[in-house]
Design a protein around this ligand. Structure first.
Ligand code: GDD
Ligand code: MN
Length: 376
């Protein structure tokens, strides 16, 4: 039998499904330095998809020769294999960005996302497809936490704890949308491409499934159990940073911007109040103390806004800071006379007066920053 030609890498697919309408599934494999895993993975994919019209798309962010290894092995398998290599400097969004770019390349009606380190068994893919077809599902999650599933490959108590903890957190945050999803953290799932606005995803890091379920309309979701295996070779790319990224993203998905702004602003009360009280205690005049402590609080708030309120990666933080600081210092136009009145005239304690003056300035500050710094 003639072997199907491997389509050229990154061949544009102008209309989804036009190239190869016969295709059933595009398997998207994000890889970052998986040189020792891609060969066994491709062999197992090839065998597992023997009865399925499939293709494989690697979205590769590697520096270790993974791409060359894929090129070498794909000549020996039946499945058509494409490689979308992202050079250093073009790896926007990390894993999530890679998966999103993979969606855009899919030619089949169904996309399956699977890790490249064999922690996800390729043999489960036909089960995912079967569930999608049988139940008319938009998303089929391969889950470690339903009958037939197991998380035994999660190394270490800490990973276990983090995984089930974040899982629980997500489900508390989105009780309706995540109903029936036992493994929100799964990196192994099927998507009916037409059912989700994959172009509208703004994924960042590892939690692409959460992003998808949280931002799409109501989706019909099913789950299929699988056993999370040990990594075949190499080390996980997940890290503390990934965990923080995830927490931030969950916060941003769940809490509206104005509320996040209010929380960050409220937290700035602590450095301001403590700073003013401490400096005053050290003998500084209360107005000078207020001015200095306010600078510390502004820096604190700026970091909070950058990380938690306005998730903007364009432009330079250093450029935004002076405007931010200047506008926030305008607070003092309101606060200093108020402090003078409260402390100097009425003898209110410095601490209480600081709190009152901060409260008076908050409303004004939100309006000004929202309009002038971030131009929402
Ligand atoms: N293209 C690309 N770019 N691929 C990446 C990147 C990246 O920046 N970072 C990681 N990958 C690839 C890896 O090469 C691997 O194929 C897959 O994404 C998962 O990465 P791992 O580093 O092995 O992650 P993990 O095993 O710790 O986490 C997996 O299991 C978690 C459940 O505990 C992932 O599937 C997570 O999504 C999942 O939550
Ligand atoms: Mn892994």
């Amino acid at each position: 039998l003639p072997r199907p030609r491997n389509p050229p890498d990154d061949e544009p697919v102008p209309v989804r499904g036009v190239r190869g309408p016969h295709l059933q599934v595009s398997v998207v494999v994000p890889t970052r330095n998986e040189v020792h895993n891609v060969a066994p993975l491709l062999r197992r994919l090839d065998a597992a998809l023997a009865g399925v019209a499939g293709e494989v798309i690697f979205v590769d962010d590697s520096d270790d020769g993974t791409q060359r290894e894929i090129e070498r092995v794909r000549a020996t398998v039946r499945l058509p294999v494409r490689i979308h290599h992202r050079a250093a400097g073009q790896r926007a969004g990390g894993l999530g960005g890679a998966v999103t770019e993979g969606f855009a390349l899919c030619a089949a009606p169904f996309a399956v996302i699977i890790d490249g380190d064999l922690q996800h068994p390729p043999e489960t893919i036909p089960d995912l497809l079967a569930a999608a077809v049988r139940d008319g599902a938009d998303v089929v999650v391969a889950s470690r936490y339903v009958a037939g599933g197991s998380a035994s490959g999660l190394s270490g108590t800490v990973r276990h704890f983090v995984s089930s903890g974040s899982n629980l957190l997500c489900r508390l945050a989105f009780p309706r949308r995540l109903r029936g999803v036992s493994d929100v953290m799964s990196g192994f799932f099927l998507v009916r491409v037409a059912a989700v606005d994959t172009a509208g995803l703004r994924p960042d890091g590892y939690k692409i499934l959460l992003e998808l379920l949280a931002t799409a309309g109501q989706l019909r979701v099913r789950e299929v159990g699988y056993t999370f295996a040990e990594r075949h070779a190499g080390a996980s790319n997940a890290s503390m940073t990934e965990g923080l990224r995830f927490a931030r993203r969950l916060f941003a998905l769940r809490v509206p911007r104005a509320a996040r702004f209010a929380l960050v602003g409220a937290s700035g009360t602590a450095p301001n109040l403590l700073g003013t009280a401490a400096l005053h205690h050290l003998g500084l005049h209360y107005l000078a103390a207020a001015i200095i402590a306010t600078q510390a609080a502004i820096a604190w708030n700026f970091v909070g806004c950058e990380l938690l309120v306005w998730d903007r990666r364009d432009g330079s933080r250093l450029r935004r800071y002076p405007t931010f600081a200047l506008l926030n210092n305008l607070d003092l136009v309101i606060r200093l006379p108020l402090l003078a009145l409260l402390v100097g005239r009425w003898g209110v304690g410095v601490g209480i007066a600081t709190l009152l003056s901060l409260a008076a300035a908050v409303l004004v500050r939100y309006l000004v920053v929202d309009r002038l710094v971030y131009r929402t």
